[in-house]
Design a protein around this ligand. Structure first.
Ligand code: ADP
Length: 468
């Protein structure tokens, strides 16, 4: 496996994404707060300037301009002469009165700004004072009779407050982003640990350890689902592998005998220098053996395909009762030859949707076994009945029955009971029958009493004719 590149990992990217989203959302909140706070404070300052103007204007209407100097100085001194100033100009721009302006020597105000007040309008502006490195909020407003009041308030405290706000925000964001990244990394690592476990198990499996499984608990719903899907897939794969191994073993074992036999026959005929008749007899035997082998190989392939879900089932509407009657009539002569009676109990009709060929093969295998294993004088009962959503086909015989130890194995490929060694067969019939039943979403059950007979029950769900 590739050594994981941390910066390329999903956990790392998720952490970065958390951090970025965190930063963006706090930046948006901060910008909003900053904007609200600064406009609120500036508005307060402007209202204060307006209040100065209102008070002075009101005072001047009752007093004269003579005491104005003193009044402005008192007003500025009370608030700090380096924080506020006031001066009054006449309509020609000449200074009429002012507070202590020693802290504001470098102040230069835009003429257009002052001109606004000459026209009877109020104007507010923010002005930068370079020698004191501070900003000012200035109000120019008409006062008394054609005089202009210029009132200024330093924005040093206002700016200091906003700068402090930025500093606090930056340090808070740094700390919380760091915390967010730690928590995000931890969470992403936790979430990804399940995926990593799946990847580790997959790597292990690639090296041949098919028994490995991923633990399903404690990972969160989605990872648990991934783990169970992965485990289910592994289960299926190991099932296939075991099946393939079994087939390999079976083929190795069951093909070797007939091939050795064919070889032996050919060899003895060759060595003995037989006549043409002998050669012809040999060719006949070889054809027979080959047919048996081919039929066995085809059955193995059919079972494997059906078990792997690869068999194409050509479902069509059919009458199973008719199909059963037909099957029994085919085996009737065989039974008669052997002295076995086959009885039949079926309803008039039994509509079913299934694959005719496969169902015929299923029935043939059960009937073949019943006839094969039931001794002369015995009888076989074939019954078909339908329930609400299930139909059942029973093949019961009063033959030798199946020993308890064999019952669990008779549906396995190549399994043959000890007592059937003398009867022809490969041990594939029931395996094929079961795979056909299962490919129709049904199953086969068996009950047997040794010495009294066996009952095979094929249960098939009734699918509606419209169902494919
Ligand atoms: P085969 O018939 O070729 O041996 P099957 O798969 O059809 O293979 O059957 C497997 C085994 O199940 C048989 O070898 C036999 O031991 C047992 N069996 C099947 N059907 C019957 C039956 N009707 N009565 C007794 N034994 C049976």
């Amino acid at each position: 496996m590739k050594t994981p590149n941390r910066t390329n990992s999903l956990a790392f990217r998720l952490t970065l994404l958390y951090a970025l989203m965190f930063f963006l959302s706090s930046a948006i909140v901060f910008i909003l707060c900053y904007f609200l706070a600064s406009s609120y404070l500036l508005n307060q300052i402007d209202r204060r300037l307006s209040a100065y103007w209102r008070n002075l204007n009101h005072g001047l209407e009752t007093n004269t301009l003579d005491s104005l100097d003193e009044e402005l100085t008192d007003l500025a001194t009370a608030r700090g002469t380096e924080r506020v100033f006031f001066y009054v100009l006449d309509h020609n721009g000449r200074l009429v009165a002012s507070s202590d302006l020693s802290s504001w020597a470098e102040l230069s105000l835009n003429e257009a700004f002052i001109a606004k007040a000459t026209k009877g309008l109020q104007a507010v502006a923010t002005v930068y004072v370079p020698d004191r490195h501070l900003r000012l909020r200035v109000l120019a407003a008409p006062i008394f009779r054609q005089q202009i009041l210029l009132a200024g308030i330093s924005l040093a405290e206002y700016d200091a407050f906003l700068n402090r706000m930025i500093e606090v925000f930056i340090s808070m964001v740094l700390v919380t982003i760091l915390l967010g990244m730690i928590v995000g990394w931890h969470m992403a690592r936790r979430a990804m640990s399940g995926v990593e476990e799946v990847a580790a198990v997959a790597t292990d499996i690639a090296q041949g350890h098919f028994d490995q499984r991923v633990s399903v608990t404690g990972q969160g719903e989605e990872i648990a689902q991934l783990a169970s899907a992965f485990n289910a897939m592994l289960e299926k794969i190991s099932h296939f592998i075991t099946g393939m191994k079994e087939i390999n073993d079976n083929i190795a074992h069951d093909l070797r005998t007939p091939i050795t036999r064919i070889r032996g026959m050919a060899e003895t005929t060759l060595i003995a220098d037989e006549s043409l008749d002998e050669y012809q007899a040999l060719a006949g035997s070889i054809i027979e053996e080959c047919d048996r082998l081919l039929s066995m190989i085809n059955t193995i392939l059919d079972i494997s395909e059906a078990e792997a879900g690869l068999t194409e089932i050509k479902r069509k509407d059919l009458d199973l009762a008719a199909l059963v009657r037909q099957g029994v009539s085919l085996f009737q002569p065989l039974g008669e030859d052997k002295g076995v009676i086959i009885q039949l109990q079926t309803p008039e009709t039994c509509p079913f949707r299934g694959d005719v060929n496969l169902l015929q093969r299923l029935m043939a295998n059960l009937l073949d076994n019943a006839v094969k294993f039931t001794p002369a004088g015995g009888h076989i009962l074939v019954k078909l009945h339908t329930g609400v959503d299930l139909l059942e086909l029973q093949v019961a015989d009063n033959g030798p029955g199946i020993p308890e130890t064999d019952l669990a194995h008779i549906f396995e490929r190549f399994y043959r009971g000890d007592r059937s060694r003398s009867t022809p067969g490969f041990g594939l019939g029931l395996a094929l029958a079961r795979s056909i039943a299962r490919s129709h979403q049904g199953d086969i059950l068996v009950t047997s009493q040794p010495g009294q007979g066996s009952i095979f029950k094929v249960q098939l769900p009734l699918v509606s004719p419209s169902h494919k």
